[in-house]
Structure formats: C-alpha cells, structure tokens
Ligand binder design. Sequence first.
Ligand SMILES: Nc1ncnc2c1ncn2[C@@H]1O[C@H](COP(=O)(O)OP(=O)(O)OP(=O)(O)O)[C@@H](O)[C@H]1O
Length: 615
Amino acid sequence: MDIFLDKIFKPQQDTVDSLCTIDFPRVTVDWQISKVYKVFSHALEYIYVENKEGLLVGVLDQATMFKVQSQKDMQKDVGELASRVAVCLVTGQLVKDAVSLFLKEKVNEIPVIDEEGRMIGVLKLWSLLDNMSSILCNSYQEISEFKKITATLEAVIENPYEGMVIVDENSHVVMINNFYLEALGISREQALGRHIHELTPQSKLPDIIRTGKAEFGEYWKVGNREFMIIRAPIKKDGKILGAIGKTLFKDMGLARVFAKKLTQLEDDLKFYKGELRRIHSASYTFDDIIGEGPKFTATVRLAQRAARTTSNVLIVGESGTGKELFAHAIHNDSVRCHGPFIRVNCAAIPEQLLESELFGYFEGAFTGARKGGKPGKFELANHGTIFLDEIGDMSLTMQAKLLRVIQEREVERIGGTQPCKIDVRIIAASNSKLYTMVQERTFRDDLFYRLNVMVIKLPSLRERSDDIELLANFLVTKLNRKLETDVEGISREAMQILQSYGWPGNVRELESILERTMNIVDEPVILSEHLPARLLQTKIDVSRCIDANPNDEQNKLEKGLNIAEKELLIDALRRANGNKALAAKSLGIHRSVMYKKLSKHGLDSEALSLELKTE
Ligand SMILES: Nc1ncnc2c1ncn2[C@@H]1O[C@H](COP(=O)(O)OP(=O)(O)OP(=O)(O)O)[C@@H](O)[C@H]1O
C-alpha cells in the first residue's frame, strides 16, 4: 500500500486550495454518476471526487456537509483514503467495503469516467446507513452493464445509410440517429425527450403504439427528401414499451433501383418458371399428328381413347415413328393435361444413375449426392404423366423397382426411410423388340402386363407410304419456319423418290433429309438431284422414276441416266475419299470431264461434302 501512496499521492497545495470553492461542475461527471448522486442526496451520503493523483477535485452538492473543514483537514482526509484510491486507480474497478481508517466507516470507491471513457478520478462514498453504500454499489454495477448495452445499441442505431428514431410509450424520443436528425434539420438536444409530433407532425409512431401493429414500406416525405420507412412497436411481455421508425433506404433513388432490381428478378423468375413449365409440359397435341391413311387414323383414334382413360399406356413402334409425339398428345388430351409431363429416356441414362433420376435421393445418400437432395422424375411428375421412353433398355433390377412403384403407387428416395405417395400416369414406349424380350426373359412379364394395358402400335413410314406426300409437305412448312427459308414445295419427281424409299428411320429420317436439303437448295422447289444419293439408289434399283408417269413428256431415259451418272460420281468419290483425280481415274474419265459433270449435277464442294457425309 505504501508503494501506491508514494507513487500516487503527491498533494499539491494549489489544487487543495481550489477545492475550498467547491467548484463541482468543473469535474466531468457522466450521467450515471449524476444518477447515483441523486440517490445519495436522500440517503445523506457524503460524496466527493478525487482526481487521479488522489486529490479532491470536487464535492457533490449536499456533500458540502462533509467533515472537511480546513485545507489541513482536507489534506489529512485525502491522505487517509489514498490507499484505496490507489487500488481503484490501478485496477479501474469498483472497490467495495473498504474500511476508512480516518472515518472508521465502510467506504466504496467508484471510478469516475469521462465522456471519452478515460478514468479521471474516483468517487468515494460512505453511508451513515449501514448497507446503503453497498446497495448503491450494486446499482452502479447494473448501471455499468446498462451503459455497455446502450453503447452497443447506439453503435447499431448510428447507421449512416438508414434513419432511425425510437420513442417511448408516450411517443417521446428516447433515441435518434444522426441520419434522422440531419433529415429533420435539428440537433440531438432538440430532439431527445420531445414528443415525436413536435419533430414531425405527420409521424404515425403514436398510432403504432396505440394499435401495436407494424407498417412496412410506407412512403414518408420530410423537407424535400423522400423515404420508404417501416414503423414497428417495441414490445416486452406483450406490453408496448414504445415504437421504432426506420427508413429502408437512404433515399427514394435507392428504393427505385431496388424496386427495379426486384422487378427484374420477378421477370426472370417468371421466365424461368415458364421455361420449366415448358420443359415439364407436353408440346404436341393430336392436331400435330399428320397422317390420313386408314391404318394410321385408326391408330390415332385408339390413342385418343387411351387419353381419356386412367390406364397406363404402352406405345410400340420403330424408331422415329412418332412415339413421343403420341405420348405428348395423349397427355394433352387427358384430364392430367394441366399437370407436368416428364420425359425420361431410359436408354440415355447410365444404369447406375437411373434409380436416382427416377426416384430421387436425400442429401448424403451417396458420395456426390447434391446438397439438399434431389426429387426424382416420379415426384416431379406427380399429378401428371411420366413418359418412360426406350423402356426395353431398363435393367431387370430397375424393372423390379419400377414394378413396385406401379403397384404401390409410392416412391422412396435413395437414402430415405419414408415412401411418398404419388399420383402419376405412366406412358411407356419401346420398339417392337419388347415382345421378344419378354419371351427371352430379358424383360419382366409382370411389368410388361402392367404397362401393356392399352397398347398403341405405330406403323412404320414404309407401311404408310400413302402419307408420305402429306407428311413431306407438312414438314417443309414446319422447317421453313424453323430454318427461315422459303421453299415452296417438292417437285413431282423428287416426291416420287421420297415415296419409293424404304425409310428405316421413319418420319425422323424424312424430316432430317428435308432439313438438310432445304439448307442447301437455292431453287424454290426441291428437285430430285437435291436429294441424297442413297435415296436415288433406291430409285434406280426399282426403276420407278422412269415408270412412274407414262404421260411425262420429258425424256425419261435421259433422266434415269442422269441420276445414275450422279450416283456413280458420288460413289467413285466416296471410294477415293473425296479425291477427284483418283475418282475420275477409277471412272475412266479425264479430270476435267469429272469437274464438268460435278458442276452439271450441282455437286460443288459443299454439296459434295454433305453427300459424302450422309452415308
Ligand atoms: N405422324 C407424325 N406427324 C408429324 N410429325 C411426326 C409424325 N410422326 C413423327 N413425327 C416427327 O418425327 C420426329 C420423330 O418423332 P418421335 O421422336 O416422336 O419418334 P419416336 O418414335 O419417339 O422416336 P425414338 O423411338 O427414336 O425416340 C419428330 O420430330 C416428330 O415430330
């Protein structure tokens, strides 16, 4: 203790002198101390404030009753208490129940902190009432805590981008930030403690206190500044303690930018929702299905009947015969037309992924499982239709799982424990091999019979060559839209070639040949020579072009020879890997003759490379 005394207590005469005037306001005592003082005055407390050097620098009001009568006494008194002052000054903490040797009283010491948080002195207090001093010390501790919270709150409120005002239950301002003060054009002193209507007559905070209901996104104008604001009641245990008013944006300019971004986001969302709906919806109806032959129209009628039932449907047919087109049309003609249409190509999805694609999975179900999990196609198709294309390519294990889904009408995500009920109609499609597969036991017969409730067999294009002209003309119109071309039609001769071809790829092949031809023709009409050589080959083989129309005035022999010549040229070039000199040699003609003939048949390098590629 002596060490502290030596270090800290160095009485100075002039300081002690000045104390005699008891110039209290010279000491910066923050509001907490003022509050403590108020309590003291009732309790007949004696209070004085020492500075860091341990000297008295002020005595609080009623404490003028303090027993210090002379400068000498004062010095003595201060000296007596200096030991505890030292402890307090060093630690900066409250010292409770210290015993004053001089006064023979219990003394409490509270550090005096200035507005910048520096400790400028120590407040000594001792009570004539025994426990009063410690009660006051406890209040001091609580007040200190409160001060810390207030400081944090003030830091939060002092947001340079938002205005904020807090009123008590009587609508008197208890807190207000600089932004708000600036907007109002007044100082903090002018605002604190005043009724909010004195600052902003139009404020609705009193209404918020009355109703207890918050208001969001309200428009508020102060001076020439406009804001969007929210007003909300401050409640504790159901009781309204006050209200808060807060601007949402620094100004309306920002609000407008925000609103614009929001609108943009909403538009994007609408677009993506639309896209998703489009992806998950069926695009075609029965009106898009072209064909007038009796066999084909009977098939369409059967499909229309199937659409109106709730049964599963199996569509069989060669590749490109329109199985998916029919599935779309059936869905769109069914009661589920407003539900999703989900397509799964069982052949395109690797075996190990098919299960998770169809049934989905939970997060962490397996390595690489997406965060949050993923719904399966069956879940996505709920209340709609799932189209299982190429179902014959599904493994026996998956077939068993699919059968369970069909029977139980529920799916269980991988990694899950609870199956989920689904309401999905299945349309499956396969090429005609499915029957053979059942016989060979590579396709489960029980599943086959579950799917085989309504069977739509689509004829190949060969079987309905009477529809080729109609289809080809329909496809030219469709492709003109897609390619932005103006092809007017197909010449009679070219049409005859199309009709005599075998079409192993069915309508899809017809569509792709027309697309490719339309991309290269300059003439308004597709002529026979525009068609790929493999179609011409068929024509020569069957010699139908020449025999087709006996009334044709043109030289049929010459035409046939022309076609044969073109085909021979292409064939020779293909064998020579496109090398014209070699091809000419193999045909026994001069290279210049070869060039002339290529030009005669419109086989410039672009057309030629297409021809060579197609085979
Ligand atoms: N009757 C038709 N009328 C109009 N377009 C058709 C017709 N049949 C098929 N198409 C068209 O032919 C193309 C192939 O049809 P789709 O994909 O439906 O055949 P698919 O039998 O499902 O083929 P795959 O078995 O290879 O999946 C599509 O562009 C489709 O629009």
